[in-house]
Design a protein around this ligand. Structure first.
Ligand code: AMP
Length: 632
């Protein structure tokens, strides 16, 4: 039998954060964060350049003020979301955000290039992959990646896609609070009763509280089951607010010293503001250790602003923010109690995550609220990455002194347009497992949708094993792309797969139950895997071309309709360019449909991108027109 080339390649754990990202690996001594030249933590910041590859990390962050339109920060806030979804985030991001095809949010660079949030995240992942490969001395190509517990399927899928663009197979997406619990070894012990854990995560810009239930295995040989009972939080609350409040205190006092009115120093130039924020953050951090910290700022003409800040002063400044986090904890505990079987719920453990949980007042208030001393032995900046590495270790089959896992031997998915496979549950996921994904149609007026369930590692249906199919019929005719088909896969603890399909607009439902690994021996599973490795490159190209055909058709339809409606409002040069690109892309689609191997996937992708970029003005006109219509 063919050797499985991938088994030796390590799986790494990645915390892909809003502000910072980290990669870690599981080793015999435990999980370890892997470093780069500039330290372990990689700022999640990407600066694009017109004439070279992007710069990722500290250098991009340090010069963000100099290159505001080229630098993308906090891209996690845009992942898998429409422009309308993230409207209130846009002013905080610095770079220009526009609406891309299908209402998605895109970043437009000053020279007209448009990049998707997935591409930006892929740059961060590529750098983490490079660091990990260098540190481990072998090419890393598989990762466990964490996401916030409240991420929906589109956001999770976008995270997977970012991995794929970076050349990383995302073997598992793990909720950040679950990763934190795994880092502390919760779920690995000899417990027999379910435990409830609160994960309090206060970072630089966001606050999340999650209540998890960890259920020990019913039978030996299975793993614990992590369930998120409730989440709450605030996407605009964190340590940065404290830094800004301290800056306000300093500037008011400096104004007084200079005989100016309060508030007159609010609008500093960017470098001064950054310097002041730097002072404020240093004071805040020192006060986590000491009772007082001093600041000294030379104001020129022999004037000096000098001040000692006491911890109690900082605490009275911070109190309203910390109280807001406690209110969110109260809501989350209330919601968890309201969940099925949660009425008698008691929190057994509290875990702290995020740099701002180093503040003593935060720890005190959390302890007071939950009536428990929080777990904080691990570095709160690293705990999520360490937990991702623990999951990666489990999936690599490492001996973690933990329970053996019951896993799904082969990936499970459904057939999509053009005979490609969308995998909902990947091989080696532990049972029970659940995944939901949204699909739609690509033909106008479809009244029935076939759901063909397949198992296997290859990219095309013809190379996978068919598990069964069913139809969701009786749908009212709708234009392509409008039906919202939610497909849910659920594999129970004994490996039985239930597939449910629900079209949200019409409320139609259908379902199927199959036992996915029935009749397959371990040898058969291995030979299917070996086949998939042997054909991986060809399969990926074919899948990519099939995806390009489907997406190009949707773009051509969408752009064609808008061109017909608003073409007369475009500059004539832009209109001619669009018409010519539409003709070329239509021809490319026709060629690819005739014979996928006759077209070059990169050229196909480039042409589609060119059409997307050339249609930016048309999209803007379309948005303006629909806003005008809405207003009328
Ligand atoms: P994170 O988003 O988890 O990386 O957390 C970053 C936030 O933690 C920033 O606002 C930092 O200023 C804050 N932080 C890091 N270390 C400390 C510390 N020792 N005391 C107070 N805040 C800290």
């Amino acid at each position: 039998m063919a050797e499985k080339p991938n088994t030796a390649s390590p799986i790494v754990g990645i915390d892909l954060g809003t502000t910072n990202s980290l990669v870690a690996v599981f080793e015999p001594g435990g999980p370890r964060v892997l470093g780069g030249d500039a330290g372990e933590i990689l700022p999640s910041c990407v600066r694009y350049r017109e004439d070279g590859p992007p710069i990722v990390g500290s250098e991009a962050r340090e010069r963000a003020v100099e290159f505001p339109r080229e630098t993308v920060t906090s891209v996690k806030r845009l992942m898998g979301r429409s422009l309308a979804d993230c409207g209130d985030e846009v002013p905080y991001l610095g770079c220009r955000i526009i609406e891309g095809p299908h209402h998605t949010a895109r970043v437009e660079l000053p020279w007209g290039r448009v990049v998707s949030p997935q591409e930006v995240s892929a740059e961060i992942l590529r750098e983490l992959k490079r660091r990990a490969s260098e540190a481990l001395g072998t090419e890393v190509s598989r990762a466990v990646v964490t996401v916030p517990a409240y991420f929906d399927d589109a956001q999770r899928q976008a995270t997977r896609d970012a991995g794929r663009l970076a050349g990383l197979e995302v073997v598992r997406i793990v909720n950040e609070p679950t990763a934190a619990a795994l880092a502390y070894g919760l779920g690995a012990g000899k417990e027999t009763e379910p435990r409830t854990v609160a994960v309090y995560d206060l970072g630089g810009g966001t606050f999340d509280i999650s209540i998890l239930r960890i259920t020990p295995p019913i039978e030996e040989g299975q793993t614990s089951f992590f369930q998120v009972l409730a989440t709450a939080g605030d996407t605009r609350l964190g340590g940065d607010d404290i830094d800004r409040a301290l800056v306000r205190m300093f500037t008011d006092e400096i104004a007084e010293l200079l005989g100016l009115e309060r508030g007159t120093l609010e609008s500093f130039d960017a470098p001064t503001r950054r310097a002041l924020i730097g002072f404020a953050e240093a004071v805040k951090m020192k006060l986590s250790e000491d009772e007082s910290a001093s600041v000294r700022i030379e104001l020129g003409e022999d004037r000096v602003y000098e001040r000692t800040v006491r911890r109690d002063e900082l605490e009275s400044l911070m109190e309203p923010w910390v109280d807001r986090t406690i209110e969110a904890c109260r809501r989350a505990v209330g919601d968890a109690k309201a969940s099925p079987g949660g009425s008698s719920l008691e929190i057994d453990r509290v875990i702290l995550v995020g740099g701002s949980t180093r503040v003593p007042m935060v720890r005190r208030k959390v302890e007071e609220f939950f009536g428990l001393e929080p777990y904080c032995a691990l570095d709160p900046d690293r705990v999520v990455a360490l937990g991702a590495a623990v999951q990666a270790g489990i999936m690599s089959g490492g001996d973690l002194g933990m329970l053996l896992l019951d896993v799904i031997p082969l990936s499970l998915g459904i057939e999509t347009q053009g005979g490609a496979v969308a995998k909902l549950i990947t091989a080696n996921s532990t049972v029970p497992a659940r995944a939901t994904e949204m699909f739609s149609t690509s033909v106008d007026g479809q009244t029935s949708i076939k759901i063909h369930v397949v198992q296997g590692e290859r990219e095309m249906v013809e190379h996978c094993r068919s598990l069964g199919e069913f139809h969701l019929s009786g749908l009212p005719p709708m234009p392509a792309g409008i039906p919202q088909l939610e497909v849910e896969f659920l594999v129970d603890a004994s490996g039985v797969l239930s597939v449910r399909a629900h079209e949200r607009r019409s409320g139609k439902r259908a379902s199927l139950q199959v036992v996915p690994n029935h009749g397959l021996t371990r040898e058969e599973v291995e030979s299917i895997e070996a086949e998939s490795f042997a054909h991986a490159r060809e399969d990926m190209t074919r899948h990519r071309i099939v995806d390009l055909i489907v997406n190009s058709k949707l773009d051509l339809k969408w752009i064609g309709e808008r061109l017909a409606a608003y073409g007369d409002k475009l500059e004539s040069g832009n209109r001619a360019e669009l018409e010519s690109l539409i003709a070329s892309l239509s021809a490319m689609v026709a060629d690819a449909e005739r014979d996928w191997s006759s077209v070059d996937a990169d050229a196909f992708y480039a042409l589609k991108q060119e059409l997307d970029s050339a249609s930016v003005r048309l999209q803007e006109i379309g948005i303006a027109e629909s806003l005008r219509r809405d207003a009328e």
